[in-house]
Design a protein around this ligand. Structure first.
Ligand SMILES: [Zn+2]
Ligand SMILES: [Zn+2]
Length: 293
């Protein structure tokens, strides 16, 4: 446990946080104890990343989170996940290949990483963000892989969603991430064919890097789907524990009998903490969207 986690006020002792490699069937509610659900959680866990960023763009509005710190260095930690993999070919135009005297690589791949817009606001901030893959536990620290963020592909402060590119020259890594993406589609369809599950309440599973530690998984009941005005997508309220650093991590919603639209199998992102419901200490997602999942 790092020092921030040790002195955590929000979830002292972190009892509900399960180290990702230890997550197994018995951590799931009885109705969800199937191999297909476990594979789905493990698949999303493998695509979950730690983000370490250090800059606040001058473009952040004054009244937005971190807006008071704009233009300044401000180290902060968050989570995110890989939702897309694309072969770009070459010559590569990444930061490394564009450096003076560099020989641009002939082959490169773009990974799309999604996180909260409150964590990474625009390209200026994503380019100052280090993305760490496979930081599953302390023993896996030497097997992690890190890339710097590239251009933002999509950012929407209202949805609290940001998607940015990461360029890699490592074919084996890109293929591995793409296989996971394809497997996720298969698992998604398999789960939807049995949803809703025969349980009273839908369940939310959060995968994240609390306090910048290695990867942890928490499970908790969905409390409410909060509708929003006009054509906006709703957001979710849930009891699964989260801490600072969890923002931007995926929240897998597994529909129970209380789910009004079981044809969905949303992966939403964890919004920063319990800011909107401090009294009941429920946690909130960003809005449900089919974009960048
Ligand atoms: Zn904590
Ligand atoms: Zn390159």
């Amino acid at each position: 446990m790092n020092a921030r986690a040790k002195y955590c006020n929000k979830n002292p002792g972190h009892p509900g946080f399960i180290p990702a490699p230890e997550f197994s069937l018995h951590h799931l509610p009885l109705e969800l104890q199937s191999d297909i659900v476990l594979r789905y959680v493990k698949n999303c866990s493998a695509r979950t990343v730690q983000l370490s960023t250090r800059y606040v763009s001058p473009e952040r509005p004054e009244n937005y989170v971190f807006g008071q710190l704009k233009g300044r260095t401000n180290p902060r930690l968050a989570s995110g996940w890989v939702c897309g993999v694309y072969f770009l070919g070459g010559p590569c135009k990444c930061h490394e290949c564009s450096a003076e005297g560099a020989q641009p690589r002939a082959r490169c791949w773009e990974l799309t990483v999604v996180t909260a817009c409150s964590c990474v606001y625009n390209s200026e901030e994503s380019k100052a963000t280090k993305v760490t893959f496979f930081y599953d536990d302390e023993t896996s620290r030497n097997n992690t892989k890190s890339l710097m963020g590239g251009e933002v592909e999509y950012a929407n402060a209202g949805e609290d969603r940001c998607a940015f590119a990461c360029i890699t020259h490592d074919e084996a890594f890109a293929v591995q991430m793409d296989e996971l993406r394809k497997e996720r589609v298969f698992l998604w369809q398999s789960i939807l064919s049995v949803a809703p599950f025969n349980m009273q309440h839908s369940q939310c599973i959060v995968i994240s890097h609390p306090h910048g530690q290695s990867k942890f998984i928490t499970v908790g009941q969905q409390v409410e789907i909060t509708s929003r005005p006009e054509a906006s997508q709703p957001y979710y309220k849930y009891m699964a524990d989260t801490c600072p650093g969890s923002a931007g991590g995926p929240v897998l919603v597994l529909p129970g009998l209380d789910c009004p639209d079981p044809g969905w199998l949303p992966i939403v992102l964890h919004h920063s903490g319990a800011l909107r419901d401090t009294e009941n200490s429920h946690n909130f997602s960003g809005d449900r969207s089919t974009l960048y999942v």
